[in-house]
Design a binder for this molecule. Structure first.
Ligand code: FPP
Length: 249
């Protein structure tokens, strides 16, 4: 689905964030990498609160990629514990603030404890009508597309779907983020300028905002700067600028 209309057209409906720089933040302070991830949770809280205040409808955070399993076992295990801890500590408050929490990614890779906490948090907040907060854990864009292709193939093999019925909308309906408009704005912190296998399908028309701020330092003003950048863009979806200006008259 393409970014839809919001009340304020200059605001992104859906912001996606690659939260990068935790390790470097910790190294600058001679702390273990895990201290950077812990500090990153505070940025998550500040960003969620501010996004809700700014009227953003959906926020998707890349917390752990399919490739992050390659990190040292101790870092991975501490990160998984941090997710569990954050869920335990934050869900009640998120629920009070009407946040709807959802996770995307390959749950078959996660431990039972985390999977149970995720399912409970999703169930508890399912009917909330505030900010839709999506957390990507064990997620990869290629994994997402491959899984969708596999499901579509299965349906055609089973005779439930004709090859001619396969189109973009149909394929997207088999991916994660069903029912949520595609991100309008992608933010990546930490100075790198790449997409790193995040939401490859869904970022097709996203505006890209890269900043040097390390994720644990990311606060309200950084989010505002990204939103201001977005507001100044003209989104053409293949049209010319002249066509869009004529349509506005
Ligand atoms: C990337 O920085 C960050 C991660 C792989 C983990 C992100 C996790 C959090 C922010 C923790 C909390 C998240 C939630 C949703 C509760 P990096 O380690 O690659 O940093 P570096 O590039 O400086 O090494």
């Amino acid at each position: 689905m393409r970014g839809g209309a919001s009340t304020d057209l200059s605001l992104p409906v859906h912001i996606a964030i690659i939260m990068d720089g935790n390790g470097r933040w910790a190294r600058q302070r001679a702390l273990p990498r895990h201290a950077g991830h812990r500090a990153g949770v505070k940025s998550v809280r500040a960003t969620v609160e501010h996004a809700a205040r700014r009227g953003i409808k959906c926020l998707t955070l890349f917390a752990f990629s399919s490739e992050n399993w390659r990190r040292p076992a101790d870092e991975v295990s501490k990160l998984m514990n941090l997710f569990i801890e954050a869920l335990q500590r934050e869900v009640a408050e998120l629920h009070r603030n009407k946040v709807r929490l959802e996770f995307i990614g390959d749950r078959s890779q996660l431990g039972d404890g985390l999977v149970r906490k995720i399912a409970a948090a999703e169930a508890q907040t399912a009917n909330n009508d505030g900010l839709h907060l999506v957390v990507a854990v064990a997620y990869g864009g290629r994994w997402d597309i491959t899984e969708a292709a596999r499901r579509v193939c299965r349906k055609t093999v089973d005779g439930d779907l004709q090859v001619e019925e396969i189109d973009e909308e149909m394929l997207a309906s088999e991916m994660q983020l069903v029912g949520i408009p595609d991100p309008d704005l992608l933010i990546r912190t930490g100075g790198e300028q790449r997409v790193s296998n995040f939401l490859l399908w869904h970022l097709a028309y996203a505006e890209l905002f890269f900043c040097d701020t390390l994720w644990p330092d990311f606060r309200e003003a950084d989010l505002d700067a990204a939103i201001d950048y977005f507001s100044a863009r003209q989104r053409r979806y293949g049209h010319t600028g002249d066509q869009l200006e004529a349509a506005e008259c």
